[in-house]
Design a protein around this ligand. Structure first.
Ligand code: IPE
Ligand code: IPE
Ligand code: MG
Length: 249
């Protein structure tokens, strides 16, 4: 380990601990472009992206951030070439298997959001195993958005509320923001304070549409496979400069 990386395990001195985001979300974009620039197949970028995510998770833990959510696969990503989709599903499964032991050691609580039933059965089984095994861990809440779409999440919440109304379990007047949130995939997880998107794209791409109503956005041109602790530090510095008014003065 280099002297520099040892130093970066501690919260950088120019960050105020009491003003850190509680929950950081990331749109890990730019893997394909990163690989292409190196004359490599796109999947090499995804592979490298996993290492970056692992280090970010560790960094969040080191610096005292309570929750991290990562966008791994969108409902729209099924439209990519089959080869790439199959590689990603295989990668998710392999990484989950490999990392479970370390997640237990580091007390990570992993959770998945998205339409999980449409994923390959072997991946679903691995997800279930990891979620159950880590459910009582006391460390960072790590949420992975897989086959996730914000619009789809809102629609499935509406459906399940409508069914309960039909069954007479709830009255339409009882539907408020709190009840609605309990029907989202993210029930029980606080909204992100900061959403970081890499590779320069200024859009949400269907990520956390409800939850990001008041989250701060930070976009960097850096491609995901190059996103490191220094980059994260910069994002947190920018966040701490923001004046979060929530519509007030
Ligand atoms: C993000 O990187 C990873 C996933 C969407 C799974 P991309 O694969 O979108 O990389 P670019 O945007 O094509 O460079
Ligand atoms: C968003 O990236 C999805 C993930 C990072 C998993 P995309 O690369 O799919 O988004 P667009 O197509 O540029 O909007
Ligand atoms: Mg992309």
């Amino acid at each position: 380990m280099t002297a520099n990386s040892t130093v970066l395990q501690l919260l950088p001195a120019d960050l105020q601990r009491e003003r850190l985001p509680r929950h950081v979300a990331v749109i890990m974009d730019g893997n394909g472009r990163w690989a292409k620039r190196r004359g490599m197949p796109r999947i090499m970028g995804h592979r490298r992206g996993v290492d970056v995510l692992k280090d970010l998770l560790r960094c969040c833990r080191d610096w005292g951030i309570e929750a991290l959510t990562a966008y791994a696969f969108s409902t729209e990503n099924w439209g990519r070439p089959l080869e790439e989709v199959e590689f990603l599903m295989m990668l998710f499964e392999r990484v989950l298997k490999q990392e479970l032991r370390e997640m237990m050691q580091e007390k990570v609580r992993i959770r998945f959001v998205g339409n999980l039933h449409a994923l390959p059965l072997s991946l679903q089984a691995e997800i279930e195993r990891a979620v159950e095994a880590t459910a009582n861990n006391s460390g960072i809440q790590f949420t992975v958005a897989t086959n996730y779409g914000g619009r789809q999440e809102i629609i499935q919440a509406c459906r399940s509320i409508a069914e309960k109304v039909q069954q007479g379990l709830i009255e339409p007047e009882q539907i408020d923001e709190a009840l609605f949130e309990r029907h989202l995939y993210t029930a029980g997880i606080c909204d992100p304070d900061l959403l970081i998107r890499t590779s320069g794209e200024m859009r949400l791409s269907n990520f956390l549409l409800w939850q990001m109503a008041y989250g701060e956005l930070y976009v960097t041109n850096t491609l995901w496979p190059d996103f490191d602790r220094n980059e994260f530090h910069q994002a947190l510095c920018a966040y701490q400069q923001r004046d979060r008014r929530f519509g007030k003065l």
